[in-house]
Design a protein around this ligand. Structure first.
Ligand SMILES: Cc1cc2nc3c(=O)[nH]c(=O)nc-3n(C[C@H](O)[C@H](O)[C@H](O)COP(=O)(O)O)c2cc1C
Length: 341
């Protein structure tokens, strides 16, 4: 059996007795990590799932759509809620309003690069305004009854790389862990996530660091943890259309080869996902969400592109499920897509 993955000894928050066992986390992703998808990822080995980020102002004003994003009532398994905003009072209020609800940690988003969020000084903009970031963290910790964590990028841009300064501050203020996506805000999703910087943050902090960026399979998971000794890894895009990534990661953790997921199983899980999304978001929106997964699913199978197109063009959830059910009985997408020639 290969040696266990290295992990730096860190100071674990006594309020999180389960944290020692957590390695594989589903990253928060707007429009993606709703309960239906979190549930599927847990089934395949995710230790913890994060909700899509929610605006603290939206929660404070009682916005129905914002509250839906953090609906975790009765959810089984570890779940994190993430909030964003630039107004410390709204952040405190949102943390208070979440008290008594079903969440294991409350995460603060300091990484979102999207203009709509940054323009209002939320998300990654706070990396360039450390005094305001500090006020926000203090306010959330005061308002929250569950441990608070934070998710950052390496800095605003290459001239303002400040992850060690921010990480040490977050630790001092009482964050239970720090997640870092190894890119600056300026990079958005371009270039490669800088795992050297994640390793540096791990070395610099006493609290756990969750590494994030560009892990796409069991092998890249093994390399990131081997390189950084981080406590755990958050998976974002690598899980879209591929919840089985958590199974591959689990196999790495347990020192055994990963099983091959069959085409039939991919179809069955995707059909399940369609049902879950449509139940949660309604027919139109639900199908739209599943399409973003379908573009990344069935990779490696001959004829997968034609099969994906067929699914993409399907008119509604019933047609989608019928196609998936039909395909699940086969082991070759070319037959369904009429692409066998
Ligand atoms: C569609 C999409 C939505 C995202 N939404 C969020 C979000 O709500 N909160 C957050 O902290 N990060 C968000 N992210 C960033 C991811 O959580 C993650 O940090 C980033 O994609 C890098 O990890 P990866 O290489 O595993 O995808 C989002 C990313 C994508 C692609």
């Amino acid at each position: 059996m290969p040696p266990a993955l290295p992990r730096k000894e860190t100071r674990l928050d006594p309020r999180l007795p389960w944290l020692g066992g957590v390695r594989r986390l589903l990253s928060p992703m707007a429009g993606v990590t709703d309960r239906a998808f979190r549930t599927i990822c847990r089934r395949y080995g995710a230790d913890m799932g994060f909700c899509e980020f929610a605006s603290a102002s939206g929660l404070t004003y009682g916005g129905e759509n914002t509250w839906k994003l953090v609906d975790t009532d009765g959810e089984a398994g570890l779940v994190g809620v993430q909030i964003f905003g630039a107004d410390p009072e709204h952040m405190r209020q949102a943390a208070r309003l979440l008290s008594g609800r079903r969440l294991d940690v409350l995460d603060i988003n300091f990484g979102c690069p999207v203009k709509k969020v940054v323009r209002k000084c939320g998300g990654s903009a706070l990396l360039a305004d450390v005094p305001l970031l500090e006020r926000i963290v203090r306010a959330v910790i005061e308002g929250s009854e569950v441990p608070v964590t934070a998710k950052i990028r390496t800095g605003w841009d290459e001239d303002k790389v400040n992850y060690v300064e921010v990480g040490l501050l977050l630790q001092e203020l009482g964050c239970a862990w720090v997640t870092m996506h190894g890119r600056t805000r300026a990079q958005k999703f371009t270039g490669r996530a800088d795992w050297d910087r994640i390793a540096h943050l791990v070395e610099s902090l006493d609290v756990p660091v969750i590494g994030n960026g560009d892990v796409v399979d069991g092998e890249s998971y093994r390399r990131l943890v081997g390189h950084t000794r981080c406590h755990g890894v958050m998976i974002g895009r690598g899980a879209m259309g591929n919840p089985w990534i958590f199974e591959q990661m689990k196999a790495v953790d347990e020192g055994r080869p990963a099983r091959t997921v069959t085409f039939a199983e991919m179809c069955a899980v995707t059909a399940d996902h369609v049902r879950g999304e449509v139940a949660a978001r309604g027919e139109g929106h639900g199908c739209l969400v599943v399409r973003s997964h379908i573009t990344r699913c069935f990779r490696g199978y001959p004829g997968a592109a034609a099969f994906r197109k067929l699914l993409f063009d399907a008119d509604g959830s019933a047609a989608l499920i019928a196609l998936l059910d039909q395909a699940a009985g086969l082991d070759d997408p070319r037959v369904v897509a009429g692409d066998a020639g």
